[in-house]
Design a protein around this ligand. Structure first.
Ligand code: ARG
Length: 340
């Protein structure tokens, strides 16, 4: 294949130069992932913001001349930097930014994980995806206390249940065109499903963009409690599963935007005053290291002035720091809302 010049303003378009293409074009990872696979989604979708997906752990080292500049650009994380994890609840110190419950509708913290020693979702075979599902479900089955729940395969779920779960932000829908072009929707809905406890405060998505999306969520803004539940779940799961992880990049994920902590800590917050000027809201959030999305997540619009606000950086920042950044940023947005 000759050099496919990417159009648009994605990180892929910025960093896939003819030199990088020539250098990496004939390389293949042990699991058979090639550069054409990594860049497929960004080439098919010129409006991508990132535009690449790793097909396996080794993609990040073998194709480092492409991934490293993208990672530096997105996270401000250089080749000499080393990621550090910190899931110690006692060090969090993130006070509730909305103790009277006037603005924050709900709080959700998720992390992404992939199993060690398998390709990532975009490069899994149908058979491997089923093995991943079975392995994960087995690990989830005997979780203790508040984390105990049950697994619901997507292929067995009736439409009404599915629609309700999606509307209530508990379930994922079939991937968008970005995931489609990456190969992450293959065989849908085979081997996909959701695990949750009865109260739906602890959930695990299986075989979406990443093999596991581990989620702690509840109404209002008690970040401390949401984080504590997630940390407990991760400690339990670490005992049962081996995750794809690198000394340098932390937890390894399909999309380089999720590397490191692989954590997105978010609140749904109602900001009717600031909604009048969304560009200003976005700039204000960005000044606090936060990202603004619509009510139904990525690539969606806001409904009733409810925004999804979350940490942008996930690599080169610890989990504890990311949640604290969210708490401080949300407090600042609420203060601005009160003046608006
Ligand atoms: N590939 C999409 C893009 O480049 C999504 C990037 C970040 N989001 C994600 N879910 N990984 O726009």
């Amino acid at each position: 294949m000759s050099y496919p010049k990417p159009s648009g303003r994605s990180l892929l378009a910025r960093h896939l130069t003819p030199e990088v293409w020539r250098l990496l074009n004939d390389k293949e990872t042990r699991y058979g992932v090639r550069l054409a696979h990594v860049v497929a989604s960004g080439l098919a979708n010129p409006d991508s913001s990132v535009g690449v997906y790793a097909g396996d752990e080794e993609s990040y080292t073998l194709f480092a001349p492409l991934f490293d500049p993208i990672i530096a650009d997105y996270h401000g994380f250089g080749p000499e930097d080393r990621h550090q994890s910190d899931l110690e609840v006692a060090r969090l110190n993130a006070p509730n930014p909305d103790p009277e419950g006037r603005y924050v509708v709900s709080t959700r913290i998720r992390v992404a994980r992939n199993l060690c020693c398998f390709p990532f979702g975009s490069a899994l075979t149908r058979r491997e995806r089923r093995i991943v599902e079975a392995t994960v479900v087995r690990a989830l089955e005997d979780l203790p206390g508040e984390l105990a729940g049950s697994y619901h395969p997507l292929y067995e779920m009736d439409e009404t249940t599915k629609e309700r779960l999606i509307h209530d932000h508990f379930l994922f829908k079939e991937g968008d065109r970005f995931l489609e072009a990456a190969g992450l929707n293959r065989d849908w809905p085979d081997a996909r499903g959701i695990f949750h406890n009865p109260g739906k405060t602890f959930l695990v998505w299986v075989n979406e963009e990443d093999q596991l999306r581990i989620i702690s969520m509840e109404p209002a803004a008690d970040l401390q409690r949401v984080f504590a539940r997630l940390a407990r779940a991760l400690a339990e799961l670490e005992r049962r599963l081996a995750f794809a992880h690198s000394e340098r990049l932390g937890y390894l994920t399909s999309c380089p935007s999720n590397l490191g902590t692989a954590m997105r800590a978010s609140v749904h917050v109602r900001l009717p005053g600031l909604a009048a000027d969304e560009a200003r809201l976005t700039a204000l959030a960005a000044a606090h290291g936060l990202q603004v999305r619509g009510t139904h997540g990525e690539h969606s619009a806001s409904e009733g002035a409810v925004y999804d606000v979350s940490n942008k950086r996930r690599l080169g920042i610890t989990e504890v720091e990311a949640v604290r950044e969210l708490a401080n940023g949300v407090a600042a947005l609420i203060a601005a809302e009160e003046r608006a």
